[in-house]
Design a protein around this ligand. Structure first.
Ligand code: F0G
Length: 463
């Protein structure tokens, strides 16, 4: 008998019980849809997308156990048993004392920064996700990114490119004064930096510095399980420790967290805040009642709380995590074989193409990332998202001059438990076709844009 260990194929650790049909479109149809959407992929109808890699947020498939739990959802306004199951599950996984549900991650961020920050404060993070940054800035505080140098070089291979530069953290606190830093955050994994993990060693070092100055540490924990599995695979001493124990150790160094349950909660909606500080928890609950709902539902239905309670346990299953990281690795490695420059190594939830390097004939002023993203849709109905100058370019309100973003990336985010390997193979075939015709791809220009978060609604045309 051969032992199981000799089989190297990582399979999807589930079968398909309910299906949602995909409809193929022709290139001619997609050309028309693109024109109607003014080349903004956010404006394309989902039924006109074949493989939707726009985001991994709330787009995953739920398990049979989650669907079963939904039926147990108790919709009592106060004191619902669904909340108790949710709270028990969050406490079991995260280990914090107080758990406050919110409708999604950004609501948790708004409440956290509203209670902890004031005008003029400074919040360090490895890299703020865009809603996190916006919520810090909305309070009049300053969001500072302190990711390590390795994390800024797309081609550099390094196991923990999400780490924070501890030396820079210390000098920031020394320079500005600890009283101006109400909290420090670590985004695990670091989405804006390519879905890259943070090591346990780095978490401990960050905590050590913060302790000296009495500054609390909070995690943006959206992809905490993926981060823990990277630690198990890449950090010495963790190979034989369960992911659940790694998560508990990570959390033991923090004072609380914000969470988008639309990622590693394996749910379609939801989020929460955790803290060990009772006074803060009370303030947060008071604010929650004002805009989200009573603290035993926080803007969610009882059934949503049930789905999250189950999802948080399932996400720790190592068969699932092995498959999850293998999917991104499979896609990333084959894109490299085709010739694509990508952010290396592939992250946990997505692969990021480096459009600036791929399309040197398109200047940054003509948005190479947007051009590539549009081409992937036109060629094969694949929806991705530009993370470059459309999203992060800064327009001077007076001169209208634009400073481009540091990188021009296109993110292929992988919804959880949603696509099969043949879907990914199809994406690769389309990507190869686009690669072979890359010299013909034309740049884009913006013809209309709002003042804020322009990527969602801007109109484009070919330059
Ligand atoms: N933090 C991180 C690291 C995120 O990736 C996101 C969402 C949020 C916070 C906000 O959570 O959407 O539940 O309000 N990221 C999605 C994405 C939108 O596509 O990467 P939310």
């Amino acid at each position: 008998m051969t032992s199981d260990k000799s089989f190297r194929t990582v399979i999807e650790p589930f079968i398909i019980k309910s299906v949602e049909p995909l409809r193929l479109t022709t290139r001619g149809e997609r050309k028309k849809y693109l024109q109607e959407a003014h080349y903004n992929l956010f404006k394309i109808k989902a039924q006109h997308v074949l493989i939707d890699l726009l985001t991994d947020s709330g787009t995953g498939a739920m398990s049979t156990e989650q669907w079963a739990a939904l039926m147990r959802g108790d919709e009592s306004y106060a004191g619902s048993p669904s909340f108790q199951r949710f709270e028990n599950s969050v406490k079991d996984v995260f280990g914090f004392k107080y758990v406050i549900p919110t409708h999604q991650g950004r609501a948790a961020e708004r409440i956290l920064f509203s209670t902890m920050c004031k005008k003029g404060d400074i919040v360090p993070n490895n890299t703020h996700f865009d809603t996190t940054r916006a919520n810090v800035e909305y309070r009049g505080a300053m969001a500072v990114d302190l990711v390590v140098e390795e994390g800024k070089d797309p081609q550099k291979i390094y196991p923990f490119k999400g780490n924070m530069d501890v030396r820079q953290l210390r000098s920031l606190i020394e320079k500005e004064g600890a009283e101006k830093v109400p909290l420090c955050m670590l985004t695990i994994t670091n989405n804006s930096g390519g879905g890259q993990p943070v090591s346990m060693e780095n978490i401990k070092e960050v905590k050590k510095v913060l302790e000296e100055y009495n500054i609390p540490l909070y995690f943006d924990a959206a992809r905490f399980a993926e981060n823990a599995y990277f630690i198990k695979l890449r950090e010495g001493g963790y190979q034989d420790i369960s992911v659940k124990d790694i998560v508990r150790e990570m959390m033991s160094y923090a004072d609380g967290c914000t969470m988008s349950a639309k990622k590693d909660g394996l749910a379609n909606i939801g989020g929460f805040i955790c803290t060990n500080d009772s006074a803060l928890a009370q303030q947060e609950k008071d604010l929650l009642i004002l805009t989200e709902g009573y603290p035993t539902y926080g803007g969610l239905a009882g059934r949503d709380l049930e789905a999250i309670a189950v999802g948080l346990q399932e996400v720790l299953e190592e068969d699932y995590l092995r498959y999850r990281l293998a999917e991104a690795k499979y896609l990333g490695e084959r894109l490299i074989e085709i010739g694509y420059p990508i952010v290396q190594p592939p992250g946990g939830h997505a692969v990021y193409l480096d459009a600036k390097t791929l399309l040197p004939h398109i200047p940054q002023s003509q948005y190479p990332g947007q051009a590539l993203s549009v081409e992937l849709y036109l060629a094969g109905g694949i929806r991705t998202v530009e993370i470059g100058s459309v999203m992060f370019g800064k327009v001077n309100p007076k001169t209208k001059e634009e400073t481009p973003a540091a990188m021009e990336l296109v993110r292929l985010a992988l919804p959880r438990r949603t696509h099969t390997q043949s879907h990914i193979d199809y994406v690769l075939e389309v990507a190869k076709d686009v690669y072979n015709n890359r010299e013909k791809i034309k740049g884009m220009k913006i013809t209309a844009q709002p003042q804020f978060l322009r990527h969602f609604t801007a109109k484009f045309d070919q330059a």
